[in-house]
Write a protein that binds this ligand. Structure first.
Ligand SMILES: Cc1cc2nc3c(=O)[nH]c(=O)nc-3n(C[C@H](O)[C@H](O)[C@H](O)COP(=O)(O)O)c2cc1C
Length: 191
């Protein structure tokens, strides 16, 4: 909200080697880390992008409470995400990337190179990994990168830009798959 000590810290972080800063606030258009509980979410994100936000980070995963039915207490739910949670940011990055001027970074549910590659395919420009680093240690980043390189070699891609966005909504033949809200087609074939 005001120019205070954070500016000093920002400078120190830059000197320490940070390439970018993500501010978890809602007034400064650097990178805005967003939740997914907005009414008219796409409109809000478009307005932020039009107002000059350089990046949107989709989606923050907030602390979740759970209920302990034996001890009648409210307890913290699982702190770490699971890979299945990737689908929400994946869907919205695919839909929004063609619509917005700003760049999109993906967060939530990226645990392995498959998740990283999926996010790049739907046009994420940066991919964040948090839970998987807590669980596997910082060396996991090296594994993610080497698996990404193997995958790129297998598919004859030299650079990330050769495949980034290949499966964003505007680049696929049947863009409605990103809007489908019914299970009917998914159920065909299930006994
Ligand atoms: C222990 C822990 C602390 C976190 N603290 C913050 C925080 O201070 N600010 C924030 O924006 N996100 C915070 N997050 C959310 C992560 O940055 C990330 O968006 C979220 O965990 C989803 O990504 P993941 O599936 O890779 O874990 C925290 C996550 C964990 C597990």
């Amino acid at each position: 909200m005001s120019s205070g000590r954070w500016i000093d810290y920002a400078g120190r972080l830059e000197k320490a080697g940070a390439d970018a800063l993500e501010l978890n606030v809602f007034v400064i258009p650097v990178a805005m880390k967003m939740g997914h509980h907005f009414t008219g979410m796409a409109n809000i994100f478009k307005a932020l992008s039009d107002e000059g936000a350089d990046w949107l980070v989709l989606f923050n995963r907030f602390y979740r409470p759970d209920v302990d039915i034996e001890n009648f207490r409210v307890i913290p739910a699982k702190v770490f995400s699971v890979p299945q949670e990737i689908t929400l940011p994946l869907q919205w990055i695919a839909i929004l990337s063609p619509m917005l001027k700003c760049d999109l970074a993906a967060t939530t549910g990226v645990h392995n190179s498959g998740g990283l590659i999926k996010q790049l395919l739907v046009e994420a420009k940066a991919v964040q990994v948090c839970s998987a680093l807590y669980q596997n240690g910082i060396g996991h980043i090296r594994t993610l990168i080497s698996c990404l390189q193997n995958w790129m070699e297998r598919h004859n891609f030299n650079r990330i830009e050769d495949f980034r966005g290949m499966l964003s909504q505007e680049n696929i033949e049947n863009p409605e798959v990103f809007h489908r809200s019914q299970y009917i087609k998914a159920l065909v074939g299930i006994a």
